[in-house]
Each structure stands twice: as structure tokens, then as C-alpha cells.
Write a protein that binds this ligand. Structure first.
Ligand SMILES: *Cc1c(COP(=O)(O)O)cnc(C)c1O
Length: 341
């Protein structure tokens, strides 16, 4: 078999149907062993729990071709344990973590020709997800669930290089105090759509959410955690229990400490401090790090010293080191890289 004939350098960040996907069903209190299928269609009752009460959660991770031609994926064990946390919070059955990891590797293997070539900037995005599949009308958890993993090749998040973005401090909330902000639930995204559409209309790439109880401390955007670099070169990440624990952020913190010998602080970040930082960026699987050049806060513009032209030196070095680890050009910490081929 050979790689698919795609214009790898010009793929959008979008969905494309690939050859195989993994499907497992939970019924009568147990998961079946699951299988790989060609069928991209999901057939469920009109009254399925997911359709009525949004009982669904998901994950996102990538597979890469490395510089020396191996096919690898990055820390899928952390996606497995985070999905288990999401499931417990949503009264859904956990798909066993070891089987989750194996199914991710199997999906990549079954779609190996769809893994974009090294150097193209594109990657194979994996989307594990689960939903309540049987009829539910009185409010309660479903009794039956489907777990699937689809994959699709995606282009680089930034075409033509990493460009700083302009964002705004949001008036709306993505998470409630003591709510579901720390799990990867579809419902957290449904309620952010109105606000992101409005942000785009107003010329902003993203919304920064503050803590939902006091609107004083910086939390994250709709789909990425935030990183700050102080003027004396420390990395700061906001601490809050309504932030989604980003695997990219946790990895970058470790890279900062162990590879770049940068001091890291996880602490509350007051929105009044924003003007004091040298560099600010968003992080997540999709873009790794997106630098922020400007933050608008109700008529006041904070111009980040790193500027609107390119990523700052510290975030740039962090991004380069982590992508090097993922692409096999920088030695990875033990256990981070799972080899498929
Ligand atoms: C998925 C997600 C992130 C990023 O997490 P990664 O594991 O780094 O991809 C950040 N914030 C929210 C709200 C998310 O859903």
C-alpha cells in the first residue's frame, strides 16, 4: 500500500472520510470487544440520550510521521485517563484505558496510508468519542453507549507560519463554578458557539474566559489553555479547577522545566496582570502553541510585547522543542511516544 494521493501541503483543518474507524458498544452492563469498520454512518434511535440530553464526551490526539519514517502517536494514555474522568462525571461507562490506547493505535494502523508525510505540516487527527445511544425520555443516564474513534488527515492549524492572533476577554462563561469545565464534554462546546461566532464577527480569533464565579482570574479559551511568559522569563499557567487539563500544556510545562530549564509557576492569574507579561499564547493539540499579540478587554487593548508579527522567543523555543519531540527530531521523555510502525 502507498500513501493516499492528497495535496498534503494544502489540507484544511477539516474532516475527510478515511478507510476505517473503531466502534465498540456498551449494552447490558458490559462493553463488547469492538471492531474496525468501513461504515462511517451512526444509526441510533430518534430518542437517544445523546440527542435529547447531550450525554457525550470526546478526545483529540494526533499521529505523525517522524523524520526517520516511523509512525507514532503522542501520549494517548493521557487521553484515555482524561476520557475516563469525563465519562465518570457524565455517568457514562468508562471504556477501559488500556483498550482505548490499543484502539487508537489500531485505528492509525488501519489508516496508515492517510498519515501525512513528514515535513508536510499535516498530521492525522484522531477523535475518540462516546455517546448515550438508547432511548431516554425521563431525565437519566442512558443504558447503552457507543464508543468510536475516527481519524482524518488535517492541515497545519496555521497556514504560512505561526501568526499571533487577536483575542478578547469574554463577557459570557464557558464553565460554571463547580460545573463541567474540567472535562471534555460536547456540551461545553455547544454553549461556546454563540460566543465564538460573535467574536469572529467582531474581528477576534478567540474568547478568553475568566473564572465564572468572580470574572477576575484568567482561565482559558473555548478550546485551548493559556500560557504566559513573565518579563524575567518564567512560564506561568493559570490554576483553576474549571480549566480543562490540556495534555499539550502539561507536556509543555515538563519541557520547560526539564529541557529548557525555565522556572514554571501554576497559579491564579488576575486579569489586571495581563499587561505585565512578555509573551502570551494558547496551547492545545490542534495548534500546539498559538501566540497572542493583542487582548481587548472592554475598550482597553493590551498589546503583548512579543508583537503581532511572530511568536516570541520563549514560546517559540517551547513550540519547537515539543514539535521536535512529536516528530522524532528531539529525544522524547520516556513513555511519551507510542510507535505504530
Ligand atoms: C481539548 C481542550 C484543550 C486542549 O487540550 P489538549 O489535550 O492539549 O489538546 C483545552 N481546553 C479545552 C476546553 C479543551 O476542550
Amino acid at each position: 500500500m502507498a500513501k493516499k494521493d492528497l495535496d498534503w501541503g494544502n489540507l484544511p483543518f477539516g474532516y475527510m472520510k478515511t478507510d476505517k474507524r473503531f466502534v465498540a458498544n456498551f449494552k447490558d452492563g458490559a462493553w463488547d470487544k469492538g471492531c474496525m469498520t468501513d461504515d462511517d454512518k451512526v444509526v441510533i434511535t430518534e430518542c437517544a440520550g445523546v440527542l435529547q440530553y447531550a450525554q457525550t464526551c470526546f478526545e483529540g490526539l494526533k499521529a505523525y510521521e517522524t523524520a526517520d519514517g516511523r509512525i507514532v502517536t503522542f501520549r494517548p494514555d493521557l487521553n484515555a485517563s482524561r476520557m475516563a474522568d469525563s465519562c465518570r462525571r457524565l455517568e457514562m461507562p468508562v471504556f477501559p484505558e488500556d483498550k482505548f490506547v490499543q484502539a487508537c493505535l489500531d485505528v492509525v494502523k488501519a489508516n496508515i496510508d492517510w498519515v501525512p508525510p513528514y515535513g508536510s505540516g499535516a498530521t492525522l487527527y484522531l477523535r475518540p468519542y462516546m455517546f448515550g445511544s438508547n432511548a431516554v425520555i425521563g431525565v437519566k443516564p442512558a443504558d447503552e453507549y457507543q464508543f468510536r474513534i475516527l481519524c482524518t488527515p488535517v492541515g497545519p492549524y496555521f497556514k504560512g507560519g505561526v501568526k499571533p492572533i487577536k483575542v478578547r476577554i469574554s463577557d459570557l462563561d464557558r464553565a460554571a463554578p463547580h460545573g463541567t469545565g474540567d472535562i471534555k464534554a460536547g456540551l461545553n462546546y455547544a454553549m461556546s458557539l454563540y460566543n465564538i461566532v460573535d467574536a469572529h464577527k467582531c474581528g477576534y480569533a478567540e474568547n478568553i474566559y475568566t473564572d465564572p464565579a468572580s470574572h477576575t482570574y484568567i482561565e482559558e479559551t473555548g478550546g485551548a489553555n493559556i500560557l504566559f511568559v513573565t518579563k524575567d522569563g518564567k512560564l506561568v499557567t493559570p490554576k483553576s479547577n474549571s480549566i480543562l487539563p490540556s495534555i499539550t500544556r502539561r507536556s509543555l510545562v515538563q519541557v520547560a522545566k526539564d529541557y529548557l530549564h525555565i522556572e514554571v509557576e501554576e497559579r491564579q492569574v488576575n486579569k489586571n496582570e495581563l499587561a505585565d507579561f512578555a509573551e502570551i499564547g494558547l496551547c492545545g493539540t490542534a495548534a500546539v502553541i498559538s501566540p497572542i499579540g493583542q487582548i481587548d478587554d472592554h475598550g482597553k487593548s493590551i498589546m503583548v510585547p512579543a508583537g503581532m508579527d511572530e511568536i516570541g522567543p520563549v514560546l517559540g523555543k517551547l513550540r519547537e522543542t515539543l514539535t521536535g519531540i512529536q516528530m522524532g527530531t528531539v529525544e522524547a521523555p520516556k513513555g511519551w511516544i507510542y510507535e505504530i510502525k
